[in-house]
Unconditional design. Structure first.
Lengths: 149, 183
């Protein structure tokens, strides 16, 4: 009798615990990168050259990684939907396009062309285009450091 | 001097030519799938699109890893189990505006556009045809289109366990604001 009660209570705890974990897992939000440590740090020129050298290798190494990229701001773009993109590059027509997380839009105040900044984002890949130039794309980006401030 | 004139003519010509092309690198593509339990929706904000207004040629490039979901688990399943974005990191569309000569890209207004082309997702290419609109406004082109694809066409398998909860029909919405490409 006592044994049965223990088993039932263990089961109940397991079910509640499992349900709680399951629900937490189910409703888990995509992480705000503000609170995530970068997997690796590199300069804009470095990450561009890694992708230009061998895209498949670079994809295998860098896709989904959280990367802190340091570079010069070529442009701060705002599109019709109010989303910001920081375009980083050092030279040439290739660039790193950092699609900024709109939650942290206030951090972008004071950023101007020519600033040296470090942006942290999730690498989603490389767009190679003869006409438009090639871009490494970072997503869900947050500004880690503005070296000019 | 003569050379300079020739050179400036060539330069002018190339500028005119370049302005036939419009592009964006921050276009939006959303997909939406109705399901009994809950709707599945994701948005992509870094879509590249080029439209050549002279020929009506249109191209889109989408990095699959760039789709953002509200829920992390959905995003992980989408990438790992469905579109296998590690194997097939890119999707693209190459097509044409069929009624391109009916659209006056130099006059402001809203034009309906018929677009047809080849859509590649998950390494599979299928023909897609849809109607959309092109709004000519100031020096921008706002392009909007909506169409349905079948996951089964692109060999995207739905695990049997959740087959009843996930629809084979997915609605894709494209919304890109194109700027003139300066040479």
């Amino acid at each position: 009798m006592k044994k049965k009660r223990i088993i039932i209570s263990i089961l109940a705890i397991a079910i509640i615990g499992g349900g709680w974990f399951g629900y937490g897992e189910y409703s888990r939000k995509v992480k705000d990168l503000d609170r995530v440590k970068a997997d690796l740090s590199m300069s804009a020129a470095e990450i561009i050259s890694v992708f230009e050298k061998n895209e498949a290798d670079a994809n295998a190494k860098l896709l989904d990684k959280i990367i802190a990229v340091k570079g010069t701001v070529r442009k701060l773009e705002k599109n019709d939907r109010g989303q910001y993109t920081i375009v980083l590059d050092d030279a040439g027509i290739s660039s790193v396009r950092c699609s900024m997380n709109s939650v942290h839009v206030n951090d972008l105040q004071g950023i101007t062309e020519g600033n040296t900044v470090t942006v942290k984002g999730a690498c989603t890949g490389f767009n190679h285009d003869e006409l438009l130039g090639s871009d490494v794309i970072l997503n869900r980006c947050v500004l880690e450091k503005n070296n000019n401030q | 001097m003569k050379n300079l004139i020739v050179l400036s003519f060539i330069l002018c010509a190339s500028i005119v030519k370049a302005q036939d092309k419009f592009f964006t690198k921050s276009g939006s593509v959303t997909f939406h799938s109705k399901a009994p339990l809950e709707n599945i929706e994701a948005n992509h904000k870094s879509v590249t699109c080029v439209l050549d207004t002279k020929t009506g040629n249109m191209q889109f490039a989408v990095l699959m890893k760039g789709f953002e979901f509200e829920k992390a688990l959905m995003q992980e399943h989408f990438n790992e189990n469905y579109v296998e974005s590690h194997k097939y990191p890119k999707a693209d569309f190459k097509g044409q505006v069929l009624n391109n000569n009916e659209i006056n890209y130099t006059k402001e207004g809203t034009y309906s556009a018929k677009v047809k082309g080849m859509l590649t997702i998950h390494g599979e290419t299928r023909e897609v045809e849809t109607k959309g609109t092109i709004v000519v406004k100031q020096d921008k082109l706002l392009t909007v289109a909506e169409f349905i694809i079948l996951l089964s066409d692109y060999k995207i398998e739905i695990p049997r366990l959740v087959k009843d909860n996930i629809s084979n029909n997915v609605k894709i919405t494209v919304d890109c604001s194109l700027e003139p490409l300066k040479g």
